[in-house]
Design a binder for this molecule. Structure first.
Ligand SMILES: [Zn+2]
Length: 95
């Protein structure tokens, strides 16, 4: 009963995925495997989708960068104020 199943090699199918950079990747899946909606592009790491004309959005890093820049800006301001206050105190003390 199981011999027929064992004798047939599982057919593999290739599915094309496209990332937003236009890279095409063709991972192969077993015929009975569940095909994922997205696939990580091996060339740029962006998510790739099966719809060539409508690839998934690349991961957004801008909010993180903006937040980081904002924190740095605040820190710089705080440091600048402290340095200015210290400089003024020294200046007043010396004069
Ligand atoms: Zn890519």
């Amino acid at each position: 009963m199981g011999e027929a199943e064992r004798g047939e090699s599982a057919p593999r199918i290739r599915i094309s995925f496209w990332c937003s950079n236009g890279h095409e990747t063709q991972p192969s899946f077993a015929g009975d495997a569940q095909i994922p909606d997205t696939w990580d592009c091996p060339r740029c790491g962006f998510p790739a989708g099966k719809d060539r004309d409508n690839p998934p959005d690349p991961p957004r890093t801008e909010p993180y960068k903006t937040h980081l820049a904002y924190v740095r800006e605040r820190r710089t301001d705080a440091d600048g104020e402290a340095i200015l206050a210290e400089a003024l105190a020294k200046l007043r003390g010396e004069i």
